[in-house]
Design a protein around this ligand. Structure first.
Ligand code: ADP
Ligand code: MG
Length: 232
């Protein structure tokens, strides 16, 4: 019964999300189309051209993220869990996000112990990390360093994502993960909802510490898989 209730809730959220996503993707499409038309028709200074192109790229990236969040959320839980090398995942997501970080004067530093293996879907972990890294970078409006540390803690793997950005008040913290909660002009408020669900689906937990004006630390904790064990 409980499973069925969960399934129904998920279907309901999926329906809501589909409508939100159609809306969210239409906006960037309109914006990019407008820029392309301007570039085609008008005589525009090279600086303006560059700006339009960058804005178009940002909008397309945003659409990409919205779609991959939706797909990660919608994916049924039928896949067998795989062995995930956490250090490798962190490395590859940090690479993917590097151009986004550079444009915002943020340096991304990551350090992982060896043999941090957990069980789950590697794509889901990447998606969750992508959302957290992106939020951390966006929070550092004056630039800074995003730090990611991964290590063993007993029989767990801990991943810490630390920024020195705008931070959150206690009241703001309680709203984290609620669908559509966003304080950003161009935000969707879907990233953390999806992230929390992905992490929970891999038996992980999320902790957040934050101080307004100082920064935020997300701590993810997953059961450690023995070096040679297979996930069940
Ligand atoms: P979005 O990024 O589209 O706004 P998210 O679900 O990713 O949606 O995040 C929701 C909100 O949580 C953000 O708009 C922001 O207010 C807050 N938030 C998330 N991560 C951080 C962070 N690292 N520092 C400060 N605020 C954050
Ligand atoms: Mg986000």
């Amino acid at each position: 019964m409980r499973l069925e209730a969960q399934r129904n809730e998920k279907l309901y959220v999926l329906g809501e999300l589909a409508a939100a996503i159609a809306h969210e993707i239409r906006n960037p499409m309109t914006v990019v189309r407008g820029f392309l038309q301007l570039l085609q028709e008008q005589h525009i200074s090279p600086e303006k051209q560059k700006k339009f192109m960058q804005l178009s790229i940002d909008e397309l990236d945003r659409s990409e993220l919205i779609i991959s969040n939706y797909l990660a959320f919608a994916k049924p839980q039928i896949d067998k869990p795989e062995r995930i090398d956490v250090g490798q995942r962190i490395h590859s997501v940090a690479d993917i996000i590097s151009s986004f970080a550079i444009l915002r004067s943020v340096t991304v530093e990551h350090q992982s112990e060896h043999d941090l293996i957990i069980a789950g879907d590697p794509e889901k972990l990447s998606q969750a990390l992508m959302n957290l890294f992106k939020n951390g970078i966006e929070a550092m409006t004056q630039g800074g360093t995003l730090q990611i540390h991964a290590h063993k803690r007993g029989h767990s793997v801990q991943i810490e994502v630390i920024d020195t950005g705008v931070g959150m008040s206690a009241a703001e913290l309680t709203r984290l993960g609620n669908p559509y909660y966003s304080t950003k002009e161009m935000g969707t408020g879907l990233g953390l909802m999806v992230t929390y669900r992905l992490i929970h689906s891999m038996n992980g937990q999320v902790g957040v510490k934050s101080e307004k004006g100082k920064g935020t630390r997300f701590t993810l904790t997953f059961p450690l898989l023995d070096k040679n064990a297979l996930p069940d």
